[in-house]
Design a protein around this ligand. Structure first.
Ligand code: GLN
Length: 191
């Protein structure tokens, strides 16, 4: 299973390490031909405006949309979640996106003072709580009916799945807990 990590900006190496630990072969994806060679893709955290602009500049928005529509598994963390969201609400937009995931998000929603925090989440299908790291995270304000909520924080979704798409507002690649990446690799194997 060859899983790409979109390597335009953001925490690429951490995802690659977590994917390898989950039994996948991780490769960096910067160009269309590299995208064509992977079975699944992670869109990492970083700065969604920057990653979006680079996706546009490198002509990756169209090819990525086509791969998603044809069933490729994609996991977006934090900025990656924003880039997959159907709608961005609030003051900060993210104009270049692949709006395939039926959620509405708000960038940097968790406020200035507590813009980074850690907490334990109960995740559907996991026996033990998951320690989750949030860094200037987006909130998920609404989800469509095809979206399954896998975890919530203070009553709002923070981890969701819709068919071949997985997204979290937190960063599992920042911890040694490999369960989220294993879940994604399993999803990729079935898609
Ligand atoms: N605040 C960033 C954004 O809105 C996301 C932060 C992250 O990916 N850790 O793009």
């Amino acid at each position: 299973m060859k899983v790409g990590v979109l390597a335009l900006q953001g925490d690429v190496r951490e995802h690659a390490r977590s994917l390898e630990a989950a039994g996948a072969t991780a490769v960096q994806v910067k160009r269309d031909d590299q995208l064509a060679g992977v079975d699944a893709l992670v869109i990492p955290g970083g700065e969604s405006t920057t990653i979006g602009k680079l996706l546009d500049r490198f002509d990756l928005l169209g090819p990525l949309r086509e791969r998603i529509d044809s069933g490729m598994a994609v996991y977006g963390t934090c900025a990656g979640l924003i880039l997959l969201a159907r709608e961005v609400v609030g003051r900060e937009d993210a104009p270049f996106r692949i709006p395939a995931l039926d959620v509405s998000v708000r960038r940097n929603a968790y406020g200035r003072q507590v813009d980074s925090f850690e907490t334990d989440l109960r995740v559907k299908g996991f026996d033990e709580p998951l320690h989750a790291v949030f860094i200037r995270a987006p909130s998920i304000e609404a989800v469509g009916e095809d979206v399954e909520v896998l975890a919530e924080h203070e009553g709002a979704p923070v981890f969701v799945r819709q068919g071949n798409l997985l997204a979290s507002s937190f960063h599992p690649e920042m911890t040694d807990d490999g369960r989220v990446h294993r879940l994604f690799v399993e999803m990729a194997e079935k898609s």
